[in-house]
Design a protein around this ligand. Structure first.
Ligand SMILES: Cc1cc2nc3c(=O)[nH]c(=O)nc-3n(C[C@H](O)[C@H](O)[C@H](O)COP(=O)(O)OP(=O)(O)OC[C@H]3O[C@@H](n4cnc5c(N)ncnc54)[C@H](O)[C@@H]3O)c2cc1C
Ligand code: SF4
Ligand code: SF4
Length: 425
């Protein structure tokens, strides 16, 4: 049986790889970052069960890393893909991490010694990391990598060796170089996921101006016990909030609004957990309610422990006073409403990741209006793409929750195995 390539090691890519391996297929799982787990590992808890995300994902990560049939290639980049179903020829580059994963025990001495601080995009740039680092505590594999774009050795001070000197296991290896190699696979599963909307587009809600305004992805990290404040709920300037609010569909309502509903309900739970004495104000689009029949969580707002305001025009947010308290006003069916908040959470959209956009272009795939991979026969084959032998799983094909991402991973694997049974390789 021929090998299979899975691109992107989020929950969808990991699940697909494990299922393929359990069917006896050799898998190459290429991940562009230094860790596996995707965006799920940025969450503290998982809606709707509110299960601890690490407890859910860590066994899966371990299983992937230990499986002999799964060749995990972190810091990997697909350079080219040629051929067709049954015989795709793929060229891959693996960036040097400059750390020996066998010798390293993840003790943190090297990054504690490094003097170079860089904004940490894994933490939504809310904290910094070192030029040698893991993105957050508990990342897997728990092995740091040297970011040569910022490391002093590659930027004018070739004598810096603070990290290697600090490592008693001699795991740091500055001589490691990038490698390139070819593989041949019968099928590809694209599980390159999504990225959050950048905060910059929410300046009208005082994002970047008031320290109390958070996008959804920022708040997920702020709440996390392994995040920048170790889970302490404070504003970006360190103050404990006395009042809180959520604008559920800060991007406006669209075809994927149910995702905003889902994580806004989770944020309400987070707020109750850490600030039990504060009753949050939740702003909901009045016109969304009748449209929300397919949004199975929407009705939960009816019983939510919050002041739920149905607005007829998108709320306006202004800062008041030196401490940048927020004044939120909106029109309602009865007139108008005004509330003050020190902490405002914005329900922001999920956009195609750079990887998802890149593969649409590289492979000439059809693209949906929102820029995700278009599935041509949604009613019959929710994981097909416009190219035979190339399947999609998870958020590469559009915003969805973890349960749906995992279901799609299983469906994509089913299609790969069915192709083989029909006489493919
Ligand atoms: C704020 C927020 C909270 C959420 N909370 C919940 C929740 O509580 N419950 C729930 O069910 N869902 C939740 N979701 C949705 C959940 O995050 C997704 O369903 C899930 O992460 C999708 O997994 P995925 O594997 O498809 O994509 P991702 O998690 O995005 O993983 C994609 C992987 O592909 C990699 N990649 C990207 N490009 C390339 C490339 N070119 N080459 C190689 N690798 C690449 C990425 O580095 C990443 O590791 C939330 C979403 C948001 C925005
Ligand atoms: S490279 Fe060395 S110092 Fe750094 S985490 Fe690994 S074992 Fe520890
Ligand atoms: S060589 Fe110096 S700058 Fe580079 S990662 Fe190590 S300690 Fe940091």
């Amino acid at each position: 049986m021929a090998d299979v390539l899975v691109i992107g090691a989020g929950v969808a890519g990991m699940k697909a790889s494990l299922l393929l391996a359990s069917a006896g297929r050799q898998v190459h799982l290429v991940e562009s970052s230094s860790v596996i787990g995707g965006r799920l590992i940025r969450c503290e808890d998982i809606f709707p069960t509110m299960e601890c995300a690490t407890c859910m994902v860590s066994p899966m990560q371990q299983e992937v890393l230990r499986n002999d049939l799964i060749n995990v290639i972190t810091l990997g980049e697909i350079l080219s893909i040629e051929g067709s179903i049954g015989d795709f020829r793929v060229r891959i580059r693996k960036q040097a991490s400059c750390v020996d994963p066998v010798a390293c025990i993840g003790c943190a001495e090297c990054w504690n010694a490094c003097q170079v601080e860089i904004s940490n995009s894994f933490e939504e740039n809310l904290s910094s990391r070192k030029a040698i680092s893991v993105p957050c505590a508990g990342a897997l594999p728990n092995v740091p990598w040297i970011d040569r774009e910022h490391c002093l050795r590659w930027n004018g001070d070739e004598n810096c060796s603070l990290c290697a000197d600090a490592c008693v296991f001699a795991a740091v290896d500055y001589s490691e170089v990038d490698s390139e190699f070819d593989i041949t696979v019968s099928d590809l599963i694209l599980s390159t996921g999504y990225q959050p909307s950048p905060g910059e587009v929410f300046e009208k809600f005082q994002w970047g101006i008031s320290p109390g305004v958070f996008t959804a992805s920022e708040f997920e990290r702020y709440y996390s016990s392994n995040g920048p404040t170790s889970g302490e709920l404070v504003t970006k300037n360190g103050l404990k909030p006395a009042s809180t609010a959520i604008i559920v569909h800060a991007d406006g309502t669209g075809s994927h609004s149910n995702i905003n509903t889902m994580y806004s309900l989770k944020f309400l739970h987070y707020l109750h957990e850490k600030l039990p004495d504060i009753r949050p104000v939740v702003f909901l689009d009045a016109s969304y309610s009748p449209l929300a029949l397919e949004d199975r969580n929407h009705s939960k707002w009816l019983t939510a422990e919050a002041d739920v305001i149905l607005y007829t025009q998108m709320p306006r947010v202004q800062t008041t006073g030196d401490n940048k308290t927020l004044s939120i006003t909106c029109s309602t069916a009865d007139g108008s409403f005004q509330a003050e908040a020190d902490l405002l959470l914005l329900g922001t959209s999920m956009l195609p990741s750079e990887g998802t956009s890149r593969f649409i272009e590289l492979l000439g795939l059809q693209c949906s209006d929102e820029g995700f991979i278009q599935k041509p026969e949604p009613a019959f084959s929710s994981v097909s793409t416009s190219v035979p032998g190339i399947f999609t799983a998870g958020c590469a094909g559009g915003p969805q929750d973890i349960a749906s991402s995992v279901i799609e991973a299983a469906a994509a694997v089913g299609r790969v195995l069915a192709d083989a049974n029909r006489g493919g390789k």
